[in-house]
Design a protein around this ligand. Sequence first.
Ligand SMILES: NC(=O)c1ccc[n+]([C@@H]2O[C@H](COP(=O)([O-])OP(=O)(O)OC[C@H]3O[C@@H](n4cnc5c(N)ncnc54)[C@H](O)[C@@H]3O)[C@@H](O)[C@H]2O)c1
Length: 262
Amino acid sequence: MSDVTLNAPKLFDLSGQVAIVTGAGSGIGQRIAIGLAQCGADVALLDRRSDDGLATTAGHIRAAGRRSIEIAADVTNKGSLANAVARTEAELGPLSLAVNAAGIANANPAEEMEEDQYQALMDVNLKGVFLSCQAEARAMLKNGRGSIVNIASMSGVIVNRGLNQAHYNASKAGVIHLSKSFAMEWVDRGIRVNTISPGYTATPMNTRPEMIHQTKLFEEQTPMQRMASVNEMVGPAVFLLSEAASFVTGVDLLVDGGFCCW
Ligand SMILES: NC(=O)c1ccc[n+]([C@@H]2O[C@H](COP(=O)([O-])OP(=O)(O)OC[C@H]3O[C@@H](n4cnc5c(N)ncnc54)[C@H](O)[C@@H]3O)[C@@H](O)[C@H]2O)c1
């Protein structure tokens, strides 16, 4: 047997690491940002929201005994992302972890969808992930290490029955393949890139009052007969970001309650 001195629980420890999380003012990004802090990381919180979403996230991170900064920025803006990474490194230290969760969803029959609706969603969901990874990787390449997790969706693998969202599905398929491509470009320079593809998850994106009928269908269609809680995205994100996944890159981790099996 080889080295057994490995401290297995320590593999998930993120102490001393600096993370940036986009979409950190709500839902999946918010919960993952708090989870990273609970595992020891200091976290830069980026979102375009003007409500108190980021402040709420920051409050939980303070309670976990870690530091955070709040950055109001749009992931479609390359300059804002460069500034965000620079501020993160100046105030928290060298960037080593990133989770890109900022995203939007909407629907319309494909034959009726205006070009503007298609383009606005692609700009956030696909170009936004490209620009975020680019800004983050520039710092990580300089630092000689890094791990990035992009939040894609099972919609990048399957077509959601009853939802007319061709642009959303295509954007998420794009995020999965973009991430594999980044993973291979940076594989020999210390950076790992993976995706998490959540199934239906209870967040403001899915639990609006007008969605209540839809929510029931989502639960029925999921083999586990329920939606995911945002808490259930934390473990997968910590795993992929941490030393526990040191040989894992270019992977899409479905976290979908079994949805894609059926
Ligand atoms: N909720 C689900 O069922 C589900 C399933 C699969 C994938 N996802 C993906 O998970 C990610 C998070 O979604 P969520 O459900 O937590 O939604 P959410 O609406 O609760 O959170 C998304 C956050 O992203 C931010 N954001 C949107 N556009 C932005 C931009 N241009 N710049 C900066 N921030 C921006 C929003 O302000 C919001 O705070 C998204 O990429 C979404 O597509 C969600």
